[in-house]
Design a protein around this ligand. Sequence first.
Ligand SMILES: Nc1ncnc2c1ncn2[C@@H]1O[C@H](COP(=O)(O)OP(=O)(O)OP(=O)(O)O)[C@@H](O)[C@H]1O
Length: 216
Amino acid sequence: MIKLENLTKYYPSKLGNQYVFKDITFEIPSNHNIGILGSNGAGKSTLFRLLAGSEFPNKGNIVTDLNLSWPVALMTGIHPHMTGRENTRFIGKINGIADLDAYEKRVQEFAELGNKYDLPVRFYSSGMRPRLAFACSIAIDFDVYLIDEVTSVGDANFRRKAKEALLERSEDANVIMVSHEMDEIRQFCDSTIVLDNGNLTFYNDLEQGIEAYRAL
Ligand SMILES: Nc1ncnc2c1ncn2[C@@H]1O[C@H](COP(=O)(O)OP(=O)(O)OP(=O)(O)O)[C@@H](O)[C@H]1O
């Protein structure tokens, strides 16, 4: 269960507070793979950051009994001055992984960074960083994976591998995904939430949701 309770989120600006969500109460249905759809600026990434706990609401709460990932492709929690290996162990530790050696090995194998795994992340290319972040996330058994544009992770080969890993994981876990690619939404999701003007609408029928989004 993930509940948004009287949730308000705004960003202060010189034009006044810019509200993304105003006093929203909404339950994100469990046991669904959900695509979040909405126009540019509708609040998809903001919702993700709130779900992942990397930002807080101005008012209200998000209540959940599930273990949610951080947004998978994003660099949340990766420290540029630490090596890939050090980041992995740090992330493993804060996520309560008991066997850190096994976790480190899984991440190393999946990320395929070669000897760069032992260099500080600030020396990584822009494609290598999300590979590390993705590997750190997929190697943890979360209940729900928050996926922001999986198409943006690494090169074509890595993207294929990332998609396969996610599809495999979605047999036991669920995904909540933001993507502007409807093929990707169809591949991973069975339902959608459409964001429009600060409102969230759940569509149990994926195609109906895509149609509603296109009609915006
Ligand atoms: N850090 C911030 N400071 C100020 N305003 C912000 C900040 N982050 C987001 N916003 C504003 O909040 C609104 C929602 O932005 P958000 O990035 O969540 O939209 P989105 O649906 O993910 O858009 P896109 O499809 O373009 O990625 C926008 O109006 C944006 O300008």
